[in-house]
Design a protein around this ligand. Structure first.
Ligand code: TGC
Ligand code: FAD
Length: 392
């Protein structure tokens, strides 16, 4: 891949609305991505391997539990800092951001919010430092958009629970040390259980041949009569609202993250358009190419403002699930369209690994699907504004 010359666009001087701390945190993450992610990420994606060597660096920039209190090893930051870190990581690669999202919002968050003090003390510091990596099992082979239909279940055996079932499409599963798993009890109520790698009957086969998120490891979580100690049940929340609450936090991070991927595509296409000469002049001088660039920077700016306002609402604990859903849907769609246009602007070079655009574009096909598909998020907004449920 060519050297990383990324310069972040800020068309509306949004930096002026950030605090000094926000900018320091964002710039540290930006520098780390340029130094430690950009040089290796193309090869990792081509080889379809998660680059485990970057785990300490992710922990170092506060990407594991940015908003988890420092007492538990987190970075104790606000929601805008969390968003900015996700933006910078996804500027490097959506798969790396996925790893951070899962660790923070889908593993640490439920242990922090729904766990007891012993569980927090046992797991959170090791997850924050990256010594342990986590995965989140909600989706099943027959229950994706409709997780409430899950069949993974556990029985109370007196001194332990017996867990059976299978989860599919699980980020980090092949190498996770712990998994937060959502399963039904004998009354059909959904609870979260912490399953550890060495529990007998627990396996995590990898899903191969993905054309998207190739630098992120994806797999299954299979439970065959797994004996889970009773102290591993998350005691403080149950029902589908518990996993969906974790998704709120992860979807918020994605809304910010994809701005990074879009900025990288825009910045690459802008630079290329000034250098690439056809018909005797730079292609950036042709109106059709300028239209694409003008629309890209407009959409990036709108997405930045949407996230900043959402971050303010999150900081005040006022952001609704439907507001978060709208930002996830809008910003992923925005990034995917920009990636597709930017790829076209690079002509044949756009399909090579010399430039990051095709990788971003293929990654975003997963991002538009996971954490609720684009259409599911349209229906969430539809329900919110009409009061009428179009899911079922
Ligand atoms: P519904 O009846 O609407 O709700 C059930 C209960 O949940 C509550 N609730 C929420 N709570 C917190 N946050 C939210 N976002 C919530 N949405 C709903 C709701 O109030 C209710 O509570 P209660 O107390 O009344 O029981 O549920 P439903 O079965 O009709 O489903 C609604 C629907 C379709 C929106 C939901 O199931 C959904 O969002 N489906 C999409 C599934 C999804 O996003 N899966 C993601 C899997 S994890 C993942 O993709 C990780 S990728 C990570 C990476 O690599 O970055
Ligand atoms: P389906 O639910 O089968 O949907 C198929 C199509 O039908 C979609 O277009 C959908 O929008 C549409 N559809 C479904 N219901 C309706 C409806 N009511 N009205 C209109 N249209 C509808 N899950 C986890 O639990 N943990 C993870 O870590 C995780 N990581 C992932 C990583 C990757 C790379 C991918 C691809 C997925 C991951 N997922 C994870 C799963 C992800 O959340 C699901 O793929 C997603 O929720 C969609 O479920 P599905 O794939 O079963 O599609």
């Amino acid at each position: 891949m060519k050297p990383d010359l990324f310069e972040a666009p800020d068309y509306y001087n949004i930096d002026d609305l950030l605090t000094q701390e926000h900018k320091l945190i964002r710039d540290a993450a930006r520098a780390w991505v340029k130094r430690d992610v950009s040089p290796i990420i193309e090869q990792a994606a081509q080889d379809a391997v998660f680059p485990e060597s970057i785990i300490p660096g992710l922990a170092g920039i506060g990407a594991f539990g940015p908003y988890i209190p420092e007492t538990y090893g987190g970075a104790g930051l606000d929601q805008i800092s969390y968003g900015l870190i996700m933006q910078e990581i996804e500027r490097g690669d959506s798969g790396v951001r996925s790893t951070a999202s899962v660790q923070s919002s889908l593993v640490m968050y439920p242990i922090w919010k729904y766990g007891n003090e012993q569980q927090r003390a046992k797991y959170l510091p090791k997850l924050a430092s990256g010594e342990w990596m986590g995965s989140f099992g909600l989706t099943e082979p027959d229950h994706g958009s409709n997780p409430g239909g899950m069949i993974t279940n556990y029985k109370d055996m007196g001194d332990h629970y017996l867990l059976n079932g299978a989860k599919l499409w699980i980020s980090n599963s092949p190498f996770c040390d712990v998994a937060v798993v959502w399963a039904k009890n004998e009354q059909g109520r959904i609870h979260g259980l912490i399953v550890e790698r060495d529990m007998e009957g627990f396996s995590t086969p990898e899903t191969h041949n993905k054309w998207s998120l190739r630098a992120s490891a994806t797999g299954e979580l299979i439970f065959q009569d797994v004996k889970v100690p009773k102290e591993n049940l998350l005691p403080n929340k149950s029902g589908l609202g518990a996993p969906l609450g974790c998704l709120d936090s992860a979807r918020y991070g994605i809304a910010w993250g994809v701005i990074g991927a879009a900025m990288d595509c825009y910045d690459t296409a802008l630079r290329y358009s000034k250098e690439r000469v056809q018909f005797g002049r730079p292609i950036g001088g042709f109106q059709l190419q300028q239209k694409k660039l003008a629309e890209m920077i407009t959409e990036i700016t709108k997405a930045q403002l949407l996230c900043l306002r959402l971050g303010q609402l999150k900081n005040e604990d006022k952001a609704t699930s439907a507001q978060i859903s709208m930002a996830k849907r809008n910003n992923v769609d925005m990034a995917l369209k920009i990636a597709r246009d930017a790829r076209q602007m690079l002509g044949g070079m756009g399909i090579t690994g010399e430039y990051p655009i095709m990788r971003h574009m293929m990654n975003l096909e997963s991002v538009v699907t996971y954490e609720g598909t684009h259409d599911i998020h349209l229906l969430i907004t539809g329900l919110d504004i009409t009061g009428l449920n179009a899911f079922k």
